[in-house]
Design a protein around this ligand. Structure first.
Ligand code: CTP
Length: 494
């Protein structure tokens, strides 16, 4: 994931954490961003503009009336150029000014003029932060559409212990990436990802597990979140940091995972089972440590629930993607899992292939779907994650560019899960989407009406939903609907 072609404007204000922004500017440049920096006068007491100029290759703006400028009206030009603005550290004073439209320096003037997304990272003494005046100002910024990055707790520069610390640089960068790195082509799609190993206890000291580190599942959760999906990450014990912008659900055993997955299955659109689930667990869990004795020990084990095997046959609108790790007969074994568990896709990899499998940052996978197999080359797990999402959500990728379009030129899926159809060529596609991802009885399919796709317009009149129609459909109407549905399927598969 990178920021090539994006302009990030950093607003640095007068707090001790200002020095950390040099690392942020440098990391953003490494990600390919064009970085501009505006400092308040107070910020220059903590770090010099030359630092930012050296790191970004641009003049660091401080004074609104600086004559040594490169743009016509600098604050307006920067406001237009920026794809995102991050004000960090944001002092109580600058937050108060921004909340009340007071534009009395280069930074606050630019922020007021800018229409791009704005992120604010408050950093100050706990007393100042907790003061209801500051809290009100923060709430006001949020009301005006700013994203406020929660400050962290710890020992502050003033030696107080409490909240008010600027988050680590990588957190700030993750917010910027989440805001602008990827189009939000999965907005509104509820994705559940499972990751990591399960642990099946034998006694209070020992358990059965496997070598999974969770890297593939975490990469999937991050990629889906970056693309705007509503992501739940259910994971076993891993050493990985939590994935931002996801709902984090830690579990231990296969039974826990089964309950976590099935408990939210109705509200899941896409389930990706990347977890390495133990197939067996000890029949009994000793309450005390098992002491060694002379001779060998046999441990009776029993089957754990097969999660995909159970929910596959029960799926309604959900897309189910399983993983399959094999050491031989990759395609044959994985295709059998696709059929047996009623899956839409299996991502298969061979543990014995270099660069694939546990612990590494790369993978070599084969996609197996009811339509056939596709081998991918050696890729980073981050790229594999995006390729998997592209494959799963092809229909969404095609349609989301015209999301919410109501002017007769496009079609898309609306926030309520319905399909907005304005352009006849997309009609079947929208019908497909609604039926495939939101169920036939989901929110309305709204037709603009008046186009040459008369057969289906006759079946689904303006203002009615697919669900309404099918509930009362006679055989012929249903046949027309399914013919169009098939057209859409062919469209994507062809
Ligand atoms: N899986 C599951 N529940 C289990 C075991 C596996 O839902 N108890 C899921 C995995 O998360 C994976 C898929 O099923 O997405 C295939 O898992 P895998 O272990 O490769 O296959 P199994 O069906 O367990 O068969 P085998 O171990 O014999 O290869």
């Amino acid at each position: 994931m990178d920021l090539k072609g994006k302009c990030v404007l950093l607003g640095v204000t007068g707090g001790i954490a200002a020095y950390k922004m040099a690392n942020v500017a440098s990391a953003l440049r490494k990600l390919g961003a064009d970085v501009e920096v505006i400092m308040t006068k107070n910020a220059t007491q903590f770090i010099t503009p030359i630092t930012f100029e050296t790191l970004t290759g641009h003049k660091c703006m401080v004074d609104t009336f600086d004559r040594d400028f490169k743009f016509e009206v600098t604050h307006i030009s920067l406001a237009k150029k920026a794809d995102v603005i991050l004000v960090a550290p944001a002092t109580a004073n600058v937050i108060a000014n921004m909340a009340h439209g007071i534009a009395d320096d280069m930074l606050t003037t630019t922020v007021l003029a800018a229409k791009c997304p704005k992120l604010v990272s408050p950093a100050m003494n706990t007393g100042m932060l907790e003061n209801p005046i500051t809290q009100d100002n923060i709430a006001t910024l949020e009301r005006y559409g700013f994203t406020v990055i929660p400050s962290e707790s710890g020992v502050l520069a003033c030696k107080d212990v409490g909240s008010g610390r600027l988050p680590k640089e990588d957190v700030l960068i993750e917010y910027i990436l989440h805001t602008i790195a990827r189009p939000k082509d999965l907005a509104g799609v509820r994705v559940t990802v499972t990751a990591g190993p399960t642990q099946e206890a034998l006694d209070p000291v020992r358990y059965l597990t496997n070598h999974s580190t969770g890297k593939m599942g975490y990469a999937l959760a991050r990629a889906a979140a970056m693309r705007g999906a509503d992501v739940t990450l259910i994971h076993g014990e891993t050493a990985l940091p939590p994935v931002k912008f996801t709902t984090d659900v830690p579990v231990t055993t296969a039974q826990d995972l089964y309950e976590a997955v099935t408990g939210r299955f109705d509200t899941t659109d896409v389930l990706i089972m990347a977890a390495a689930v133990a197939d067996y667990r000890p029949v009994t869990v000793a309450s005390d440590k098992i002491k060694k004795k002379d001779g060998d020990l046999s441990i009776p084990v029993e089957r754990t629930p097969d999660i995909l095997g159970t929910i596959g046959p029960q799926k309604t609108h959900q897309f189910l993607c399983g993983f399959s790790m094999e050491t031989k007969d990759l395609v044959e074994n994985s295709s059998a899992k696709l059929a047996k568990k009623n899956l839409d896709m299996v991502v298969a990899n061979n543990l014995k292939v270099a660069g694939a499998g546990f612990g590494v940052d790369t993978n070599v996978v084969t996609f197996i779907t009811p339509d056939g197999t596709r081998e991918l080359p050696l890729m980073s797990k981050a790229d594999v994650a995006d390729a998997i999402l592209d494959e799963i959500l092809k229909p969404f990728l095609l349609l989301f560019p015209c999301k919410h379009d109501a002017d007769g030129t496009g079609a898309g899926v609306t926030a309520d899960g319905g399909a907005d159809v304005c352009f006849p060529a997309f009609l079947e596609v929208a019908v497909f989407l609604q039926a495939r991802f939101h169920g036939l009885h989901a929110a309305g399919l709204r037709l603009a009406g008046g186009n040459e796709h008369q057969p289906i317009l006759d079946v689904i009149p303006v203002g009615q939903t697919v669900g309404d129609v099918l509930a009362h459909a006679d055989g012929q109407a249903a046949a027309v609907f399914f013919a169009h549905f098939q057209l859409a399927v062919d469209y994507f598969q062809g």
